[in-house]
Design a protein around this ligand. Structure first.
Ligand code: SAM
Ligand code: SF4
Length: 322
């Protein structure tokens, strides 16, 4: 389906939980949200995905919070993978529980994973995430590679003065492994003075990240999706940049989102959307559900207001799913 600005919407991101076992300094430093907020059930997720697929969505990503803390995550993957028309099923995870689950998830129909990893150093990892879990995540990455959840992408949120001395180490990883390292610009979460101080202190732009990677001068360039991608000579993996701040990619945005609590959002930075869960509870028909989604797509804004002094509201990353 096309939105009013001519963009084809073929990608749905589903936040399956607001809960998380990490407390990343840039996302949820005080832990995660309201324990009373129960997420969509497997059946509800399946119904929403079915309706989206009927409107032309072919790619699904499960995210959160941390999707692997859901005990029924394998059931969710199995249910979504079985829907006719789902061509690509991916999941974004912090990797902590991946060693145990990678094989089961792959067997249930998961195609690929994005794993968040902001540092290759153990102590630093604990400082960023609040949990001493570098080894567990690294084992999880290995398990995902072994289970052929590919292409395997590693998301690195770039943080000035925290991990900016490791960008070259991450780039080097792509020369050793067929992994796709993507540097993500920090997004402002929360509107308080403290949140804006955090952003000013730690934000580093993609061009500054690039400046720390002289190797890229010899790399080939590919453009696909929101990431601009480079490959070092002879490297099996790639290096990409995701630049919500310095260069918004709204004109190529092909996605809608459903939050863990069942609200449909057409934009990560937009209003907290249509209440799909309410409709599901009231026994909405398949075609009325499709209409709800179609309306959300119609209302998709042309671009996010980021850059005009706007911040995503606190809690949104885990609720909407980053
Ligand atoms: N818990 C999973 C994880 O960390 O991969 C999935 C959810 S997390 C919200 C999804 C992605 O959003 C992660 O790659 C994370 O690094 C990124 N993220 C969270 N807060 C961010 C922020 N303030 N700016 C940029 N990226 C952020
Ligand atoms: Fe949890 Fe992911 Fe947010 Fe870190 S970025 S606190 S792992 S949801």
């Amino acid at each position: 389906m096309q939105d009013t600005f001519g963009r084809t919407i073929d990608y749905l991101r589903v936040s399956v939980t607001e809960a998380c076992n990490f407390r990343c300094i840039y996302c949820a430093p005080n832990g995660h949200t309201d324990p009373a907020a129960s997420p969509l059930s497997v059946d509800e997720i399946e119904r929403v995905v079915r309706a989206a697929v009927a409107l032309g969505v072919t790619k699904i990503r499960l995210t959160g919070g941390e999707p692997l803390v859901r005990r029924d995550i394998v059931d969710i993957v199995r249910a979504v993978a079985a829907i006719d028309g789902v061509q690509d099923l991916a999941l974004t995870t912090n990797g902590f529980l991946l060693a145990r689950l990678a094989r089961e998830l792959a067997d249930a129909g998961l195609r690929r994973v994005n794993i968040s990893l902001d540092t290759l150093r153990r102590e630093r990892f604990a400082k960023i995430t609040g949990v001493d879990a570098f080894d567990a995540v690294w084992t999880g990455i290995r398990a995902a590679a072994k289970a052929e959840l590919a292409p395997l992408k590693i998301n690195v949120v770039a943080l000035r003065g925290v991990n900016d001395d490791e960008f070259a180490d991450f780039a080097r990883l792509t020369a050793e492994q067929p992994w796709h390292v993507r540097f993500i610009e920090l997004m402002p979460v929360g509107t308080s003075a403290a949140a804006s101080d955090f952003f000013s202190r730690y934000f580093i732009s993609a061009s500054d990240i690039r400046a720390r990677l002289p190797e890229l001068d010899a790399a080939t360039v590919h453009g696909n999706g929101p990431a601009r991608t480079y490959r070092l000579p002879g490297a099996p993996g790639t290096i990409g940049f995701i630049t919500p701040a310095s260069e918004h990619f709204c004109n190529a945005c092909n996605r809608i989102r459903v939050t863990a609590r069942g609200a449909l959002c057409a934009c990560l930075f937009g209003e907290r959307g249509t209440d799909v869960r309410g409709a599901l509870c009231e026994g909405v028909s398949e075609s009325a559900l499709q209409d709800l989604l179609a309306r959300a797509i119609d209302d998709k804004p042309e671009r996010h207001p980021f850059g005009d002094d706007f911040a995503i509201d606190a809690g949104a990353m885990s609720e909407i799913g980053g």
